[in-house]
Design a protein around this ligand. Structure first.
Ligand code: ZN
Length: 199
């Protein structure tokens, strides 16, 4: 079972690696969008499989905690547990790998179109510096890019004069310092919502 999850993750990685050739190909815009949508659809399928897989693993873990026959009599059966976990709807677009795919598309399309954001479907939750999901997203008021507080603060320590926006292709790339940052509560809320669904 765990072997199949490995394969699933590989298929997801593979899906993400196809974004670059699609974005850099000579397709016209409509064709490219169609191909990207196909990648999104197959990624959603993979993520849904993974979400279902995790439900089984959670149920199994629950059952493994039981030691005595009474544990089994008084507690829910595997199927009842599964039904309970299945009631909780998990948004497939909040799956880590789906977000990675969107991030890759956004980055590549951004590079190709001078940093103009193409898709606003899911807010950007990956810090462009640490490449990790942010815990304290901060917006740079000068250009609108968002970074995690801990990574941008480390960068700012490097220069007293402030630093330029670290996002590749940032059109403004003005020098900024800590006073130009403000917490992005909308993104923070979105991330914590997402983390909640994951657990
Ligand atoms: Zn920027």
């Amino acid at each position: 079972m765990y072997k199949s999850r490995e394969l699933l993750l590989k298929a997801m990685e593979n899906n993400i690696s196809l974004v670059e050739p699609v974005c850099k190909s000579s397709f016209d815009e409509a064709e490219r969008n169609e191909k990207l949508d196909n990648l999104r659809e197959s990624m959603k399928t993979f993520c849904q499989i993974d979400i279902n897989f995790n439900k089984y693993v959670k149920c199994e873990n629950e059952l493994e905690k039981r030691r005595t026959p009474e544990d089994f009599e008084t507690n829910k059966s595997f199927n009842e547990l599964l039904e309970e976990y299945s009631k909780k709807k998990v948004n497939v677009e909040h799956h880590e790998m789906y977000l990675k795919l969107e991030e890759k598309i956004r980055l590549l399309r951004g590079e190709l179109e001078d940093g103009v954001e193409v898709s606003r479907a899911t807010p950007n939750i990956i810090c462009p510096v640490s490449k990790q999901i942010m815990s304290n997203p901060m917006t740079n008021k000068l250009c609108g890019h968002i970074y995690d507080y801990s990574s941008v603060i480390e960068l700012l320590k490097l220069s007293k004069k402030g630093i330029r926006c670290p996002v590749p292709g940032c059109v403004k790339a003005l020098r900024f310092s800590a006073k130009d940052l403000e917490p992005n509560n909308a993104v923070k809320k979105y991330i914590s919502q997402m983390e909640k669904e994951k657990n």
